[in-house]
Design a binder for this molecule. Structure first.
Ligand code: ZN
Length: 476
């Protein structure tokens, strides 16, 4: 079978099955329209002379990216434009939530029930060729997921239902369909909403970028190329002054090749009475051309962070910003007092480490960015251990800078620009989860279970006699 045997005479449309039979009298097709042909019709291939195709009993679900909800529909007409996308007009159906009278059912146990949308739902589009449906919606044909419904006469779980004539019963649980639609749209979770997602018009950062546009158009540092997704301004969200300072120091480094960095991170428990903005800060100094106790102070950078506080995170971000600041093809010697960072560095940058393993590392957003940058910028990075608080002049200086950074407003990595990431899990719309997600969920469940235990009414005689703070939990 060749495509021209199935296409209309001018070759631009898929013929109907009736015409295919006429066009190929020798083939002697018998019986109903074959499955493979139905599939061809459903796909994006332009069908029929009118280019409009009206499938029967076609039920679909799709994900509405604008309203963030699922749309159920029964296809009225599929409109295929010759060089354009195919659109499907559907009668809108909505789930009936209270049809099943049983309570305490799991989402998958509820009898899936749909009924026609009465309109005014915010999804309707004008549609003139069929005026019967009250609400007509339209979706891209390629984004539809098909599902089957029970025949008119068949009613599942009849004894539990408040029946109405217009009800339609899908074969698959609505919960499953919804999950399919959501996953299919390859929906990307966006950046945490506590941080400004867009920079306001005419901010200091904008005017800074304008003034320096020449340098940022053609730079030998990948992170200074304004067209790159790894441009410094695309990597971070949050405190804009920190971003400008990093751009500025990267500019200063443009003609250098070899770097010696001393990095340090600091972490302190939260003090609500003090005026400090964060509890996690980092700093580094570049000492290739400097001598201790003399000459001008060496180039330095400091920053502050907020989410998922830990001292290691601060150290990792010090390394990350140092790597961002240097031009492509540089050599870096980095002195840090964190053995943890050195260890994880070799795990992450080892090409044999699987992405699964990397996603289990704490702070994997930063680590994946470090790995990407080292490869893309062709950097040579050597890490060295210095003993903490051992009166090393440069290490003490970095330490002092990091402590001073506590007065700064924080910033964070914008996870949407990380190459190769399909989606980023976000905890309660606050922050991306950049650690082992299984452990993370485990901790949440533990805390929840413990809370349930404390609130258990049958244990209240005990807790009434012994107030909660008086119990030593680790010992019990
Ligand atoms: Zn509707």
């Amino acid at each position: 079978m060749f495509m021209d045997q199935l296409a209309s005479i001018d070759g631009s449309y898929l013929s109907t099955w009736k015409d295919v039979k006429k066009q190929n009298p020798k083939a002697n097709f018998k019986g109903p329209t074959p499955k493979w042909f139905q599939k061809l019709e459903k796909s994006n291939i332009i069908a029929a002379e009118t280019s409009n195709y009206r499938p029967k009993n076609e039920w679909t679900i799709s994900w509405d990216l604008v309203h963030q909800c699922e749309l159920y529909g029964k296809t009225i007409e599929q409109q295929n434009d010759l060089y354009d996308t195919s659109l499907t007009y559907q009668t809108h159906y909505i789930p009936v939530v209270d049809a099943d009278t049983r309570s305490n059912l799991t989402p998958k146990k509820v009898t899936p029930t749909l009924q026609p949308c009465p309109g005014q739902c915010g999804h309707s589009v004008p549609f003139s060729s069929d005026l019967r449906p009250k609400c007509v919606i339209v979706s891209l044909t390629s984004h539809l997921i098909f599902f089957n419904v029970h025949a008119k006469k068949f009613i599942p779980n009849k004894q539990f239902l408040k029946l109405e004539k217009s009800f339609i019963f899908p074969v698959t649980p609505l919960h499953t369909l919804r999950t399919q639609a959501f996953t299919f749209s390859k929906h990307r979770l966006i950046i945490p909403n506590v941080l400004p997602s867009t920079v306001p018009i005419l901010s200091t950062l904008d005017s800074y970028l304008n003034v320096n546009s020449e340098i940022f158009n053609n730079s030998i540092n990948l992170n200074l190329n304004i067209s790159s997704s790894l441009f410094i301004n695309n990597i971070f969200v949050g405190n804009r002054d920190l971003i400008i300072e990093l751009l500025e120091i990267a500019k200063q480094f443009l003609l250098w090749k070899n770097f010696i960095f001393y990095t340090d991170g600091s972490f302190s428990s939260l003090d609500v009475t003090s005026s400090t903005q964060t509890q996690m800060d980092f700093a580094w100094i570049e000492t290739a051309d400097a001598t201790p106790n003399s000459g001008p102070p060496p180039p330095s950078y400091k920053g502050a962070l907020s989410f998922n506080p830990s001292s290691t995170k601060a150290e990792v971000y010090a390394l990350l910003t140092a790597i961002i600041a240097v031009p492509d093809n540089s050599e870096l010697d980095v002195f840090t007092d964190s053995l943890n960072v050195i260890h994880t560095f070799y795990v992450v940058t080892n090409k044999l480490t699987s992405i699964r393993r990397i996603l289990k590392c704490n702070n994997h957003l930063a680590w994946r960015l470090i790995d990407t940058l080292i490869t893309k910028k062709s950097l040579i990075v050597r890490l060295h251990k210095v003993k903490a608080h051992s009166n090393d002049y440069w290490n003490d200086m970095a330490d002092g800078l990091a402590n001073a950074a506590r007065q700064l407003a924080p910033y964070e990595i914008n996870p949407t620009n990380l190459p190769g990431s399909l989606m980023t899990p976000i905890w309660a719309s606050i922050a991306p989860i950049d650690r082992d997600i299984r452990k993370f969920c485990h901790n949440l469940t533990d805390a929840y279970t413990f809370d349930q235990f404390l609130g258990n009414p049958s244990l209240s005689p005990i807790f009434d006699r012994f107030p909660l703070p008086s119990i030593h939990w680790p010992l019990t």
